[in-house]
Design a protein around this ligand. Structure first.
Ligand SMILES: Cc1ncc(COP(=O)(O)O)c(C=O)c1O
Length: 443
């Protein structure tokens, strides 16, 4: 280690870690040296099962040989090319592979480097689309209470998680939020989606439209299920009804599929799974198995055509990133997409999702478990607070599960799991065992 390093900070202090209790982590760090398949290996040689697909992103497991090879090859052949006025074949190939997996008419892929950037891209597309179409008064953006759409100013403005918003001033003006579509008093321990009238949670959208008038509203953005909040699934029929209402009022519908695209629900994406065609979909994470940062927004033909017809010559959309369609990210993307498709990964999840649901709900009745929720290969548990201390016991369950050799995630009072999509029954059983042991030991 160069001597200079220790002069300013101790080794761990120099790195200000994101979304982490820095002091707690640095007092007892969890450091990984390498990863392979379903496992991480720590600096001190422990083997930890990844039950969170990294962060909802390493869907195919770690260091997949085909993805590694593709990245290595690209690094040696074409390390970088700007996407402003130049291109490379891979970017067009990946855009086609991605578009082919979305519903008819969703054809045009705009590359970003993260989910947050994908969300900002989608919101900007929506605003500019209405302006180009002569409806510049449509500027309001509507999200949902407890929604997570990344950390850009656009994303936190339509997002609905209080800690992600309250420190950062006034945010975007003209945003509204529709209700959180889950009531634990009514839905606790529901398997999948609750069988209730979705208008219980959607009538507020009609109220917001009546209050502001549709002519002022650009778009509604939702996660098809709410991942970061703790895996909350909207009632049956909710997504279809949301499409109906937005379409009736000329409001664009954006699905934030940063988690749901590429297999998490046992289908290529939530739009396909629900049989609903939104106007724009954001994605990231699983798009290239997270081996290199990448995100994207896919737009319907009507949106793309409006931009293309907006002038005779010149830039049609004043937006983009230095690293849009970065060759290494694209190479990883093509390799990952080929694996998803050639190896039937979506069908594998579909065939095991009932097994996953049963295993997860078997945890009902264990100490501290107040609720269990699931969809596809995503599961959430609410952990009872210890004498009113928010988030602490869930964090302890996360730590104890890690001690048992399995990495899950805690967020607020929720513990969430997102197994690698190629998991077998044995892999899933191991996760449930480690969680069960942790729940029985945590006080
Ligand atoms: C639904 C959703 N949108 C956006 C994001 C932000 O993605 P990123 O962290 O890549 O910016 C996430 C991240 O988890 C997400 O779950």
């Amino acid at each position: 280690m160069p001597a200079k390093k220790d002069q300013k900070n101790n080794q761990l202090d120099a790195y200000w870690m994101p979304f982490t209790p820095n002091k707690a982590f640095k007092a007892d760090p969890r450091l990984f040296a390498r990863a392979e398949g379903q496992y991480y290996y720590t600096n001190d040689g422990r083997k930890i099962r990844d039950a969170f697909s990294g962060l909802w992103c390493s869907n195919l497991g770690h260091c997949h040989p085909k993805i590694v090879e593709a990245i290595q090859q690209s690094a040696a052949q074409l390390d970088y090319v700007t996407s402003f006025n130049f291109g490379h074949d891979g970017a067009f190939e990946l855009a086609n592979i991605v578009a082919n997996q979305f519903p008819e008419g969703m054809d045009h892929v705009f590359f970003t480097n993260s989910g947050s950037e994908a969300v900002d891209t989608a919101l900007k597309m929506a605003l500019a689309y209405h302006r180009i179409k002569g409806e510049a008064s449509r500027t309001r953006l509507i999200g949902r209470v407890n929604g997570y759409h990344g950390v850009g100013f656009g994303g936190i403005s339509v997002g609905g998680m209080v800690n992600n918003r309250k420190f950062f001033g006034g945010l975007l003006t003209g945003t509204d939020h529709i209700p959180f579509p889950y009531d634990v008093r009514k839905h606790a321990f529901t398997r999948g989606a609750a069988d209730i009238d979705p208008m219980v949670y959607l009538s507020e959208l009609e109220n917001i439209i009546a209050l502001h008038d549709a002519s002022t509203i650009a778009a509604v953005i939702v996660e098809p299920f709410m991942g970061s909040a703790g895996v909350y699934v909207p009632p049956k029929g909710y997504i279809k009804k949301l499409r109906e209402i937005t379409a009736r009022h000329g409001i664009l519908l954006i699905f934030d599929e940063v988690i749901t695209a590429f297999g998490r629900l046992g289908a290529a994406n939530a739009a396909t799974r629900y049989g609903v065609t939104p106007d724009i979909v954001t994605m990231a994470k699983g798009i290239n198995n997270a081996a290199v940062p990448m995100g994207a927004a896919i737009a319907g033909k009507h949106i793309y055509d409006a931009f293309m017809n907006s002038n005779d010559f010149g830039v049609e959309f004043f937006h983009g990133y230095t690293y849009s369609a970065h060759p290494l990210a694209v190479a990883a993307g093509i390799a990952a997409q080929n694996i998803y498709i050639d190896e039937g990964v979506y069908d594998h999840v579909a065939s095991l999702k009932q097994y996953f649901e049963d295993g997860l709900h078997n945890l009902k009745g264990l100490p501290h478990v107040e609720d269990i929720r699931n969809i596809g290969f995503a599961g959430g548990l609410t952990i009872a607070q210890r004498s009113g201390e928010a988030a602490k016991r869930a964090y302890d369950v996360f730590l104890k599960t890690y001690d048992n050799g399995v990495m899950v995630r805690s967020n607020g009072d929720s513990v969430t799991i997102a197994p690698i999509l190629t998991s077998t029954r044995d892999d899933l059983d191991h996760i449930f065992e480690a969680l069960s042991k942790a729940l029985k030991t945590v006080v």
